[in-house]
Design a protein around this ligand. Structure first.
Ligand code: 26V
Length: 822
């Protein structure tokens, strides 16, 4: 398979160079003499793209011909990052390209850096979808992703005077990885009203007379598998006025303004990614995005199914649709509508098909993130869908009533319609009722949803409907691409690059843990990665950091539950401790660099305050002559996928310190350990399974357990609540004005001290500080540290997204890989 695949690639370096030159001179219409790095990137991307297209077409033909079940992954976010490096590595021709580009006068690293990240996601949920696409293709599953082609991805973050400033991310200027399919369009309807009609067969049917139509245009992105010809498809929908450019009738009659307004209203639907993560604000445009994308995708899926001329009852044998969180839940309602209103099926038969088609993944238990849509809004935008939701709820509640005849409360508790003012549709409940499987993303999380937010549904449907699929990450991007030297070193000790397709092969590393030369090279690679990050820090923040210091990294979305505030309070505590020491004592301390990165949702005031404090502490600490290299605090602006690829391999210790029970899984924890960093963390999300795999001697765990959280919160509010004395000293320093105007940080302090400390920062602070002391202690023993790192990497095989995707395929989708003939 691999050979045939390579045959689809460039024959040799010369062939590659000729293609690059051809693209520079013809596609880009430039001369070789004014070919800069940006043009070199464009031409290289186009050259590889040409190769991908051929395999992509072959894959689609093969999958259509095989006529077997396909997976459709519906996600509002795909955080893909850059594509060129990935494409070169997956087809096994990066070395050839490197030599070819060098011959043309370019360094491949510089060329790769020219690419703009495809940043169509907020954080973990979107990046998970991207890792899943990589695994689906690499494992040869017939699978499509469906999403939205946002004109603006997640905003670009600038730090100005210590504050976050959001800048729009217009990323489509030159995107060689997408193919517009102007012939693949779907008309999507909104608003209007519903009438009952009698059809030809004399049956009463509902007819939705819509008030607005918007066109969905498909843009396809090839997803190459690693070391396989399989190249799957990611289809992103873009919105456009249904009448084309603009309404010519209005235009001709002189009504220019409204014809342009119609066009703009249509294009607004796919204009921008909502930058909230874990916060639902119930905006009409967001609901329009969801329906637009869901309806276009389902139309496409149904169209493909109909070409096979099968009977409807075979639909779930041909189609598995996975809902990435509740964002695509309307797909359940839309499929039911298609089947009963347009295809004339009876309710029960249709509903059976629907339930057997869908699976739902929950990604959060935070109440503020659980989606609800107001009934009046759905009534207005999607009147027919509201009727169907009411019917789904009616039939569901009838079965619950039969099951629990004496329990009045359960009906209210599980109703899809919340009886509030206004009434709200609980999307997670609708997703559960309309799916055959519901899964959480790490063991603790899957247990929590069964015992808390969804406990009544476990009584109703039984425990087998609920399952766990622990998240994973693709080792291709997060080891091979991000850390090429480590990948080579591992290959040299494990018998080649087989670990990239079977990550459990990493366990062979344990045999070499005492091999002196191997350990030395291991440490050198980490050091080189830290030097590279130190250069980036210098170039972007002006701060000089010592690569020999311990690099302590927390990069992720800024959120109170992730507790960056605890981390910066910890850094202040360390600063105060250093200041209190004699110069002799100070000399014995271990130098540390506290590195932060991450975006705050634009309207999340507390998260922005946290960023401001981090920068303000940095401004003081980094310029304190007494402290020197012993402590640096830096905030890296605009954390994204490509920055992650540089930052993660350079970490010694990374922080995964959410309040127990709040982080569904976390996936960067896996990336850090896979790259030979250790982690400090709470007993939360996938940290727990990482601990089980690598052994608790290789991780720094601290803090209260999820079982204790409820009682602690209760005590804060109704019992006595004393702030931890070390934390109180930190607050006193902030209030003295050491880090600027204390008013600027009053919200962060009072959240802990006056407002019930919901995230238990004070409760966990002293064990957090102790745990950091243990990190310092362990790091002083460099030999012991390297042993821990190597041992941990050797035991990380479980966390490949390949394992994760195989679990989905077997337990939820019932699909098999499509064998690719050599
Ligand atoms: C929710 C909402 C609410 C409406 C506005 C926009 C928006 C955007 C995203 C979300 C999803 C929040 C859930 C989420 O991102 N969960 C994360 O999923 C990761 C992959 O499973 C997991 O590792 C993280 O722990 C979890 O926080």
């Amino acid at each position: 398979a691999w050979l045939r695949h390579q045959a689809g690639g460039f024959k040799d370096q010369d062939g590659f160079e000729r293609e690059v030159v051809r693209h520079v001179e013809t596609t880009l219409a430039r001369s070789l003499y004014n070919c800069d790095e940006s043009a070199a990137y464009s031409a290289t991307a186009l050259a590889f793209r040409d190769r991908l297209i051929l395999e992509w077409n072959r894959t689609q033909q093969r999958q259509t011909f095989a006529d077997s079940k396909r997976v459709y992954y519906l996600s509002l976010e795909f955080l893909m990052g850059r594509a060129l490096d990935n494409a070169m590595l997956n087809v096994g021709q990066k070395d050839l390209a490197k030599a070819g580009l060098s011959d043309l006068g370019f360094r491949i690293e510089d060329v790769i850096q020219q690419e703009h990240d495809a940043a169509l996601g907020n954080g973990g949920l979107g990046r998970l979808a991207a890792c899943f696409l990589d695994s689906l293709a690499s494992l040869n599953y017939p699978a499509w992703g469906y999403g939205l082609r946002y004109r603006y991805g997640i905003f670009k973050q600038e730090i100005i005077d210590g504050y976050q400033v959001e800048v729009p991310d217009y990323w489509l200027d030159f995107n060689p990885w997408e193919f517009p399919r102007h012939d693949v369009t779907v008309d999507i309807q909104f608003y209007g009203n519903v009438e009952k009609k009698t059809n030809d067969a004399g049956k009463t049917v509902c007819h939705w007379e819509a008030g607005e139509t918007v066109k969905a245009v498909a843009y396809d992105v090839p997803i190459p598998g690693y070391a396989t010809p399989t190249t799957n498809n990611l289809r992103l929908w873009s919105s456009k006025a249904a009448s084309g450019e603009f309404d010519f009738q209005k235009f001709n009659s002189g009504d220019y303004e409204s014809s342009v307004a119609d066009q703009q209203r249509a294009e607004t639907i796919s204009a921008v990614l909502y930058p909230n993560d874990n916060l639902d604000r119930g905006k009409e445009l967001r609901l329009k995005q969801q329906y637009f994308w869901v309806a276009a995708s389902l139309y496409d899926i149904v169209r493909r199914f109909k070409k096979t001329n099968r009977s409807w009852k075979e639909f779930p044998e041909q189609v598995a649709i996975q809902l990435n969180d509740t964002h695509p839940t309307l797909a359940i309602v839309e499929l039911q509508r298609i089947l009963i209103d347009l295809e004339g099926l009876e309710w029960d038969e249709a509903w059976n098909i629907v339930v057997n088609t869908f699976g739902y993944t929950n990604h959060t238990v935070l109440p503020e993130a659980l989606e609800k849509w107001s009934v009046p809004l759905i009534q207005h935008l999607l009147p027919r869908h509201l009727q169907i939701i009411y019917d789904i709820n009616l039939y569901f509640l009838q079965t619950v009533e039969r099951q629990f005849p004496d329990d009045r409360e359960i009906l209210r508790d599980v109703s899809i319609i919340e009886e509030s003012q206004p009434k709200m549709i609980r999307m997670a409940f609708l997703a559960i009722v309309g799916s055959h499987k519901v899964n959480g993303v790490a063991e603790l999380h899957s247990d929590l949803i069964k015992t808390t937010i969804f406990k009544d549904f476990v009584r109703i449907f039984g425990p087998d409907k609920f399952t766990n699929v622990t998240n994973g990450i693709t080792p291709r991007r997060w080891l091979h691409q991000a850390n090429p030297r480590l990948s080579e070193l591992i290959a040299s000790k494990t018998g080649g690059h087989g670990f990239l397709t079977d990550l459990t092969a990493l366990n062979k590393l344990e045999l070499h843990v005492n091999d002196k030369a191997f350990r030395k090279e291991w440490a050198e690679i980490k050091y080189a990665n830290k030097v590279r990050l130190a250069k980036h820090i210098k170039a972007t923040t002006g701060v000089t950091v010592n690569p020999a210091a311990l690099f302590d990294v927390q990069v992720k979305r800024i959120h109170e539950y992730k507790r960056q505030q605890m981390n910066i309070f910890g850094a202040i505590h360390r600063y105060l401790a250093l200041k209190a020491m004699t110069p002799e004592e100070r000399q014995k301390q271990l130098p540390r660099v506290s590195i932060f990165g991450g975006k705050a949702a634009p309207g999340y005031w507390m998260a922005k305050q946290i960023i401001h404090l981090i920068n303000s502490v940095g401004a003081v600490v980094n310029n304190d002559k007494e402290i020197g290299d012993l402590l640096k605090v830096v905030f890296l602006e605009d954390y994204n996928v490509s920055k992650a690829e540089m930052i993660i391999p350079a970490s010694d210790i990374s922080e995964h310190i959410s309040t127990a029970g709040t982080e569904a899984s976390g996936t960067s924890n896996m990336k850090f350990v896979l790259n030979g960093g250790l982690i400090i963390g709470t007993c939360d999300g996938a940290n727990i399974e990482i601990t089980r795999e690598i052994d608790e001697s290789n991780i720094f765990l601290f803090g209260h357990l999820s079982e204790e959280v409820e009682e602690l919160r209760h005590t804060h509010l109704y019992g006595e609540h004393v702030v931890d004395p070390k934390l109180a000293a930190v607050f006193a320093e902030i209030e003295k004005g050491t880090f600027g105007n204390p008013q600027d940080f009053a919200g962060m302090v009072s959240a802990v001290r006056e407002h019930g400390d919901y995230y238990l920062v004070s409760d966990d602070f002293s064990s957090y500080v102790d745990s950091h002391a243990a990190v310092d202690e362990a790091y002083r023993d460099q030999e012991g540290w390297v042993t821990k790192c190597i041992t941990s990497v050797a035991r990380m095989g479980f966390f490949s997204s390949d394992r994760c995707i195989n679990e989905y395929a077997e337990e939820i989708w019932n699909v098999e890989p499509l064998k690719v003939e050599a």
